[in-house]
Design a protein around this ligand. Structure first.
Ligand code: DAH
Length: 341
């Protein structure tokens, strides 16, 4: 019987060494040391032995079991290491290769310019007030002192909707009325940014949609000097501390007096170049003292309150700043253009 035991031991060791994978090794374990394995089965034969033979047999069985267990553990470690090695070699990853740069989006030049404008006006104490893109004729024109059939309506070619009296705003000025009606009788200092729409032939100089940033200050003692000082300060913050500005008289129905503001051309320092058409100046906004009728329409008594307002085009400012010669690039979605900013 001991003879048989040793034979089994030798054979088991041999088949163990032959196991080439962890899966094969598990099969071997079940075969040799499992509950129905060969070693277990042979142990059960102990009953056939005489009482004197039993202790020696039992001892030997235990030795063999322990040795096979140990041999199994050793082989398992060996195979696992080899398998890991093979797996690493198979899906090799070269961590020293330079990575692929992900595509990064960037802000649209209009957005960049708008944010710059918000920052400057924010620093100067102006809050952002948002109003709707779809307006009524009343807000877009009437309340801004542009009655039906007024010749000034020619300044704004309008997209009308199928609903009578409802249109796409042609400028951000109707937001002035919304802000005044909301805040009256408090003093106001807001900018009103937003998209505007005009029924126009699209050319290098005009688009059917574009942004405007409107500004409005209303209070008890606001004068033309405040208008000039505030807008000159804006120009210096936007275009450089040394920048000169000038105001030219103009006409807008909702302001009196009205003006346009030019900044000294930043390209030629006012000497005259192609950008400023050899005038030395770039026109950047319209402005004026809020018309008494408009103040009244907003709820403010023009005998007590006064205010100034202005309107500028961020695309126009970006064109001047970056020397962009065609406004159609802004909504053309050409990456070659957009990636330059
Ligand atoms: N709303 C004018 C436009 O679209 C721009 C403008 C001019 C706005 C003068 C103002 C202003 O608030 O005072 O052309």
């Amino acid at each position: 019987m001991l003879e048989q035991l040793d034979q089994l031991y030798r054979e088991s060791l041999e088949t163990l060494r032959a196991a080439g994978s962890t899966a094969g090794l598990e099969a071997w374990y079940r075969q040799a040391l499992g509950r129905k394995g060969q070693v277990t089965l042979i142990t059960r034969q102990v009953g056939q032995l005489s009482p004197e033979e039993r202790p020696a047999f039992g001892k030997r069985v235990n030795e063999i079991k322990n040795e096979l267990e140990a041999a199994y553990e050793a082989r398992l470690a060996e195979l696992q290491a080899a398998e890991l090695e093979a797996q690493l070699a198979a899906d090799s990853l070269d961590v020293t290769l330079p990575g692929r740069r992900p595509w990064r989006g960037r802000l649209h030049p209009s957005t960049q310019t708008l944010r710059e404008i918000y920052r400057i006006w924010g620093d100067m104490g102006f809050q952002i007030y948002r109003s709707r893109d779809v307006e009524t004729d009343e807000y877009n024109f009437e309340l801004l002192n542009i009655p039906q059939d007024h010749p000034a309506r020619d300044m704004w070619d309008t997209f009308y909707t199928t609903t009578p009296g409802v249109l796409l705003r042609t400028h951000t000025s109707p937001g002035q009325i919304h802000a005044m009606r909301q805040y009256c009788p408090e003093p106001i200092r807001v900018i009103l940014p937003g998209m505007c729409y005009r029924y126009e032939q699209i050319t290098a100089r005009s688009e059917i949609q574009f942004h405007q940033v409107e500004g409005l200050a209303v209070g008890r003692n606001i004068t033309l000097a405040d208008l000039k000082g505030t807008l000159a300060d804006f120009a210096r913050r936007m275009f450089g501390a040394e920048r000169q500005v000038r105001f030219r008289a103009n006409y807008f129905p909702f302001t009196e007096p009205s003006a346009e503001m030019d900044v000294e051309c930043h390209l030629c320092q006012g000497a005259g170049c192609q950008l400023c058409k050899y005038s030395g100046w770039l026109e950047i906004l319209g402005c004026g003292m809020v018309h008494p009728t408009v103040l009244r329409n907003g709820g403010y008594d023009p005998a007590v309150y006064s205010g100034f307002a202005f309107g500028m085009g961020p695309e126009r400012i970006a064109m001047l700043k970056y020397g962009i010669e065609d406004i159609r690039y802004f909504w053309g979605n050409d990456l070659r253009f957009l990636e330059q900013f």
